[in-house]
Design a protein around this ligand. Structure first.
Ligand code: UDP
Ligand code: MG
Length: 316
């Protein structure tokens, strides 16, 4: 039997945490009673620099039951960094780690499926949403288009899988070897290899509190996914530049020809259009390249991805 840690990043989850804790306590106890996991298995909440009482609740849960433990980051670092902090800490105590969100949108009963696949020898099990009916239509459509775009850009990613997954300790140890600071975990995990499988589940609505991913954060996360994992946008710009140059050569030949035929060209429209089109394209190209240079800049700094303020596992 193995020790399971469930890692849950939490940012301002005060209204949600008591509900989540209760549901997970039942789930964990059932799994322990059924002999599916060892009795020293735990739920590790990672407080991502919350501004509300999230940490106080985590401390209280920890006092209440040894089933709960917590990690407090020194400040808000975002979902991906908080999750990584949890994984990197939990691997010191656990054989297998499941990561999930605090809002119970991911069906906790899928963990049974995860454990079955683990028993079959998988090191990584991806939770995949079988339907997104409970998401807003906008979120569903944009997410689907985004997964397709990522696939087209050559990013290996599991369709409709977010960050609900099981990883063995050796898979997390392998992930620790990835030194990059621009994190898009769901795109990095498939690079690890190992035997893996998927378990499908139905995604629910958030039960309390509000989404911590407003549109702005969603877009920047989406851009992060592309620019962290693919250099195809830069190649695309190169190709675009070449094609536009070829078009301008053809245009030049064409205009020289009609000039030779003695027809005057009122070039106003063409000039203005091409100035604006080229100007826009150039700015776009510079912007995309700048995005990558910014990434390189951050990577060279090798700043820590998170700083742990308190680890309740080490307090005793
Ligand atoms: N989260 C976090 N740090 C942040 C933002 C979010 O740790 O800066 C956590 C949040 O508490 C939740 C998970 O990341 O457990 C996913 O966030 P949310 O459910 O709001 O995202 P959505 O499901 O709407 O995409
Ligand atoms: Mg959510």
């Amino acid at each position: 039997m193995e020790t399971l840690y469930i890692v849950i990043p939490c940012y301002n989850e005060e209204p949600m945490l008591p509900i989540t804790a209760k549901a997970l306590m039942q789930k964990m106890n059932a799994l322990i009673d059924d002999g599916k996991i060892r009795s020293d298995s735990k739920v590790m909440f990672v407080d991502d620099g919350s501004k509300d009482k999230t940490w106080e609740i985590i401390e209280k849960l920890h006092e209440l039951s040894p089933l709960f433990t917590g990690l407090k980051l020194s400040r808000n670092k975002g979902h991906q960094n908080a999750l990584l902090a949890g994984l990197m800490t939990a691997r010191n105590y656990a054989d297998i780690i499941v990561s999930m969100d605090a809002d119970l949108q991911d069906d906790i009963n899928a963990v049974d499926g995860f454990l079955e696949k683990r028993a079959e020898g998988c090191d990584i099990v991806y939770g995949v949403r079988s339907s997104r009916e409970k998401d807003t239509k906008f979120k569903r459509n944009t997410a689907q288009a985004y997964y397709k775009l990522l696939a087209a850009l050559g990013v290996e990613i599991t369709y409709n899988h977010a960050d609900y997954r099981l990883m063995s300790r050796r898979a997390v140890d392998a992930l620790a070897e990835f030194k990059e600071v621009n994190l898009f975990l769901r795109g990095m995990v498939p690079m690890l290899g190992f035997k893996s499988d998927i378990v499908t589940y139905v995604r629910n609505e958030r039960q309390a509190g509000e989404s911590k991913y407003p549109l702005k954060k969603m877009i920047s996360f989406a851009v992060e996914g592309i620019t962290s994992l693919s250099v195809k946008p830069i190649r695309f710009i190169t190709a675009l530049g070449i094609s536009i140059f070829l078009v301008s050569v053809i245009m030049l030949i064409y205009f020289l020809m009609i000039h030779a035929m003695g027809r005057t060209v009122h070039g106003w429209t063409t000039t203005v259009v091409s100035v604006w089109a080229l100007g826009g394209l150039q700015l776009l190209a510079i912007g995309i390249i700048g995005e990558y240079i910014g990434k390189i800049y951050l990577e060279t700094k090798e700043r820590p991805k998170f700083i742990i303020e308190t680890n309740l596992e080490e307090k005793e």
